[in-house]
Design a protein around this ligand. Structure first.
Ligand code: KG4
Length: 316
């Protein structure tokens, strides 16, 4: 029994998290992630060169640690899935090379999957396959992506709208930085949200069928902060952050309502780092009861979603 090849290894290194997961069928055995955020914090964002170096430093240690902790032998590995795109080139290369070399040494298959597909289908991790009903609308919001997809099947997902400039996570991080709140800013702004302090108007309503565009909102918030500072006026940071969050989340919500109606679909999935946001989760539940959200541990970049999507591809 011990020598039966049964475990799936997932490898995710697209940005600043080195993550490896082990699945048995579609069930997670274990995942370990080392984030380079502590090292990146002093730069206020991700430095690609540093991210690649840290992937190199950690990837084999995580792999060996996971195997020994779970008493898994190399001979029990069935196949390997890795993130092939999109992402930082140097970071992706570390994962791709590690997976390819391992597959040659172990004589098992290794294949790359789209990181975005990992996020789209992360909403079904630990659920029964039958709960998945196609088609559905998927919103992926992270530090690099702000896109709405029409998902027809496990391997057919079509982009229907995306941000023409900054991504949602990027804007959260920049606003938090301007407030002196550190990196990553999304969770900090989320936690400090106060519904009773959302009166600042940063952005006029945009046409509902226009692409996402967040750079105007970012500039408006930064200008507001700078003007206050220049006039030596007191900054109500909670009011600025809460007004910003309400504006961006309600803009996203209105677009989702529009596309669900346009395609006559009532199933909505949301993934990516920003899908952890409490206001986004709360407001989207008001749009549809058929809302699928990943558990918070699968919202950011993680290898479980990569291994899970590999499992779906392998079996379909
Ligand atoms: O998917 P992800 O982990 O990786 C990248 O795309 O890099 O997303 C990270 C982004 C960051 O910009 C972070 O500030 C944002 O997700 N984020 C949040 C929340 N948690 C993470 N944004 C808003 N609210 C949150 N609770």
């Amino acid at each position: 029994m011990n020598n039966i090849k049964k475990y799936i290894i997932g490898i995710e290194t697209s940005c600043d998290d080195t993550s490896i997961a082990i699945l048995f069928e579609n069930k997670l055995i274990d995942q370990m992630t080392i984030s380079s955020i502590p090292e990146q914090q002093k730069y206020g964002g991700v430095v690609p060169e540093l991210a690649s170096r840290l992937h190199l430093k950690y990837i084999h240690k995580i792999f060996i640690n996971l195997l020994s902790k779970n008493n898994i032998k190399l001979s029990e590995i069935k196949f390997i899935v890795y993130t092939k795109f999109p992402g930082l080139i140097g970071s992706l290369h570390v994962g791709i090379l590690f997976a390819t070399l391992l597959s040659k040494l172990l004589d098992v298959q290794a294949f790359g999957v789209d990181h975005i597909a990992g996020h789209i289908f992360s909403v079904f991790i630990n659920k029964h396959k039958e709960e998945i009903t196609f088609p559905f609308i998927s919103l992926i919001v992270s530090g690099g992506t702000s896109t709405i997809y029409l998902v027809n099947s496990f391997n057919e997902y079509k982009e229907i709208m995306k941000s023409s400039d900054d991504s949602v996570g990027e804007v959260y991080d920049k606003v938090a930085r301007a407030l002196g709140w550190g990196y990553p800013g999304g969770p900090i702004i989320d936690k400090s949200y106060d519904e009773s302090k959302t009166s600042i108007i940063f952005m006029k309503k945009r046409p509902i069928d226009a692409d996402f565009s967040f750079s105007g909102l970012k500039t408006a918030v930064l200008n507001y902060i700078n003007t206050k500072k220049m006039k030596n006026e007191q900054l109500d940071k909670i009011e600025i952050a809460s007004s910003f969050q309400k504006t961006i989340i309600f803009d996203i919500k209105s677009k989702l309502e529009f596309y669900l109606k346009k395609y006559n679909i009532d199933v909505l999935g949301i993934g990516g780092g920003v899908s952890a946001n409490s206001l986004l989760r709360k407001e989207c539940l008001l749009i549809t009861k058929k809302l699928f959200l990943p558990k918070k541990e699968y919202t950011g970049d993680n290898a479980t979603m990569i291994a899970f999507y590999g499992y779906l591809m392998y079996n379909n």
